[in-house]
Design a protein around this ligand. Sequence first.
Ligand code: GLU
Length: 448
Amino acid sequence: MTVRTRFAPSPTGLLHVGNARAALFCYLFAKGQGGDFILRMDDTDEARSTPEFAEAIKTDLAWLGLDFDETFKQSERFDKYEAAFADLQARGLVYACYETPDELERKRKRQLARGMPPVYDRAALALSADDIAAFEAEGRTPHYRFKLSGKAIVWDDMVRGSQKIETASLSDPVIRRADGTWLYTLPSVVDDIDAKISHVIRGEDHVTNSGAQIEIIEALGGDVPVFAHFSLMLAADGGALSKRLGSLSLGELRDSGIEPMSLNSLIARLGTADPVEPVQDMPTLIAGFDMTRLGRAPARFDAEDVTRLNARILHDMPYQAAAARLAEMNAPEGAAFWDSVKGNLTLFKDVADILHLIKGPVTPVIEADDADYVSAALAALPQGELTVESWSEWTQRLKESTGRKGRALFMPLRQALTGQAHGPEMQHLLPLIGYDKAVARLQGKTEG
Ligand code: GLU
């Protein structure tokens, strides 16, 4: 069996980190098994789906590095849904209902008031030809329900273990609205069968759907896939992610300068008992992914965790992985620069601030109390080409000649040379600043 998974977003909005988690699990599992990852656009809601959202979804997936092997959209497949619907209807597995939303709501309330579960009573099955003619004469058009068997549906869920849905306690699901449009249930099943999806990996909000969908798959003669329903992801404060779209949208995280592997590393492990670790590349993440490690408790997403992980990813990032972006920023070539600055980065774009310290224009900061010390330092600066040894040679000399030590020894030099009180280690910065600029800065000359 070829493993085939699908990520099935509706292009009616932007992806948030919770959606990314669904996509990532589908991708990691498929790739870990040498299988295919398929992107399906659930765009049956033609009024709300837009090509712009579909493009934004593809951009987000490409940024995360979740390359799909195939893609298709549901709006191209209405004829398939019609055919499946006609087939089910011909076999009496689909039936027409004429209740208005108000009438259904009243039924629900009556049932609840009597302490009964609000399950659809199948009144439509008892309608006579005259009743139907009367409804149609009123201008009512039917919506359609799938007739559940009333049996227990069981499956072995990769995350939740053994599952049982008593279809007798469910309402027959509406699969088609009165205006002829499709609800998600039938198209999804038809697509999963046709696309030979082997594993349906999705959020636990779909567990009940799975009961009905398994019955429909069987009714259509399809192979029932393996299901994995993972727990939902919540915002750090426990709220729903979709309500906080903005800072938690993938576009926003991308624009803020987060590395995609930071996000991937975090969301692959949230909700498992395994520690979150910075993972540099997708093959490593794929190799370390085990869906059965996911627990039942909700995963909580804290954007601060991504930022922290981002710093760790950068601190471990090999030069080769950073080289192209460094070149784009006109950073000094070679691993030495990267190795000396990466430990100071939270975001890759912080490289620009460090380059600024080196290239200038910098406004040297020389406190009045330190003016004599900085003049002495200028006189003691090693001549000629500065190397990584120059800093310790220079400060050792100054320590001996001035008796200064610690912060009093180093800070005036850092502030004069970079205009800042913080930054990468001076032993690395000094050779990058170079002799001529170092001299000018120690003289307090403003550049620019
Ligand atoms: N479009 C559905 C959703 O986003 C897909 C669910 C599924 O994976 O079956 O909820």
